[in-house]
Design a protein around this ligand. Structure first.
Ligand code: UDP
Length: 486
């Protein structure tokens, strides 16, 4: 066995098996390595039954580009027949996978400790139930939330809300007071928390209960973007009766799309944007999983056409009963002739561009021609919009996005509210009015000015003396061995 002095210093990450969380984890690793290249980084990978080629291709590309990062596949989990035949939802399956990992997590950490001095184990907000395993091995645990500080506030405050209310949030019909968060309609709480009897709800609660053992919280945000929630967490208002662990706001950490400059390599939509007037185009794109029915796509098309605004729209094939969400990676390309209203593409060809399935979003949002973004409110999309100074129309679809909409509209004030029916359907007139409002009205201008200011704040936060840079330096310092600081 190596002596402690000759051991390589390492940080271990344990992300949840979701591609978005993995991408955020890698971006955080890159940031850490850019300041401490000598650190070894180990990432524990949960092989999920719904994994697609996207995840494995991504991992192999990262392994080549970042030699200091090693991936460790934990043994795969075979879903037992009893679970398959129950109505298992995505979140519950995810927690089953993570529970199954526990003995392997312990084993892998033991074996890594033979050769490395592990400075920190960074749990995903969804994998914190396993913090006691790190504690047994005396490894300091941190919680990384790839989403915002307001969600972390809810996560920490969940136990208090659980005690206060006996009904499911979906049935409460009230506003919840969560420290640092605007009054939150109970039905807009993150989706897995809505049903009190749901397995996922209890798993989240257990994750939240493990949070008081963390040595710190890491969030992809910056203080000027979420001053209320960051303050409430730091002052210990969210996790009552426990000493406050430090909060490290390191954001915005945004993945750059590797778009080539040469025009023949540029994505078609970036070339099209080059020919549009400054701040004139509304961009519509709904994350890695956002899909609509054919009826909803038609409604969006009619609304866009009537709004008379320029647009760039990413359209995916609708998911049918047979092609369940979990198989999204295998989706076929959409057929616009079948999906969009007759003659729509021809009539709008001077003003709009529709692209199939995927666009280089981060690059699009940085483009000067883009003046508005209809977004599903996924946190990476929000940060990319803020960094590009692009105001939003908030149209949440899944996960914690309804919650994010309230924060974006009421607190951060960088988005307008898209109104939907109870079933989530948005009418063409609503699309038309909101898009016009964002692009042409006084209210739209106010939101634009606000986000332009935050774009500058975002740049400032990651500069040498900025709040996120200072927080990163503090975090890295806390991982130094006492003998190193002598
Ligand atoms: N994205 C993209 N092109 C697309 C759709 C998504 O580049 O057509 C990227 C987007 O830039 C963002 C990520 O995928 O970085 C989506 O993350 P987010 O947190 O917004 O939403 P999620 O997919 O997790 O719901």
């Amino acid at each position: 066995m190596k002596t402690r002095k000759t051991m390589k210093e390492a940080v271990v990450f344990y992300p949840a098996p979701l591609i978005g969380h993995l991408v955020s984890t890698i971006e955080l690793c890159k940031l850490i390595l850019s300041h401490r290249p000598s650190l070894a980084i180990h990432i524990l990978i949960t092989i999920a039954p719904y994994d697609t080629a996207t995840a494995s291709n991504y991992i192999s590309a990262v392994s080549t580009a970042l030699p200091s990062v090693s991936f460790h596949n934990l043994p795969p989990f075979t879903i037992p027949q009893t679970l398959l035949s129950s109505s298992l939802n995505h979140e519950s399956l995810l927690f089953h996978l993570l529970h199954h990992n526990d003995p392997h997590l312990h084993q892998t950490l033991l074996s890594l400790s033979q050769t490395h001095s592990i400075k920190a184990l960074i749990f995903d907000i969804l994998s914190t139930q396993s913090i006691p395993i790190a504690s047994q091995l005396n490894i300091p645990s941190y919680i990384f939330n790839p989403s915002n500080a307001s969600i972390l506030a809810v996560f920490l405050y969940h136990r208090t809300l659980h005690q206060k209310y006996l009904q499911s949030f979906k049935d409460l019909n009230t506003f919840l007071n969560i420290p640092g968060v605007p009054p939150m309609p109970s039905s807009d709480m993150p989706k897995p928390l809505l049903h009190r009897n749901d397995e996922a709800y209890h798993n989240f609660l257990s994750c939240s209960l493990a949070a008081d053992k963390a040595a710190g919280y890491i969030v992809n945000t910056f203080e000027a973007l979420e001053p209320s929630s960051t303050k409430a967490i730091s002052q210990g208002l969210c996790l009552l009766d426990f000493p406050v662990a430090p909060l490290f706001c390191l954001g915005p950490i945004v993945a750059a799309n590797a778009e080539k400059n040469a025009s023949d390599h540029k994505h078609q939509c970036l070339r099209w944007l080059d020919s549009q007037p400054s701040k004139s185009v509304v961009f519509l794109c709904f994350g890695s999983l956002g899909v609509f029915s054919k009826e909803q796509l038609c409604e969006i098309a009619i609304g866009l056409e009537k709004s008379n605004q320029r647009f760039l729209w990413v359209v995916r094939n609708p998911v049918t009963e047979q092609k369940h969400n979990l198989a999204l990676g295998l989706q076929e390309e959409p057929d616009f002739e079948l999906l969009l209203p007759k003659g729509f593409l021809e009539r709008t060809k001077e003003k709009g561009l529709v692209v199939k399935s995927w666009a280089p979003q981060a690059a699009v949002l940085k483009h000067d021609s883009v003046g508005g973004f209809v977004s599903h409110c996924g946190w990476n999309s929000v940060l990319e919009a803020v960094c590009g100074g692009v105001p939003m129309i908030a149209w949440p679809l899944y996960a914690e996005q309804r919650f994010n909409r309230v924060v974006l509209v009421e607190e951060i004030k960088v988005a307008l509210w898209m109104h939907e029916s109870e079933s989530g359907f948005v009418a063409a007139t609503e699309v038309e009015e909101r898009v016009r409002e964002l692009m042409e009205s006084e209210r739209g201008n106010r939101v634009r000015e606000r986000v332009t200011g935050l774009k500058d704040e975002a740049k400032g936060a990651v500069r040498e003396d900025g709040s996120s840079h200072v927080a990163l330096v503090k975090l890295l310092k806390s991982w130094k061995s006492p003998e190193d600081s002598k």
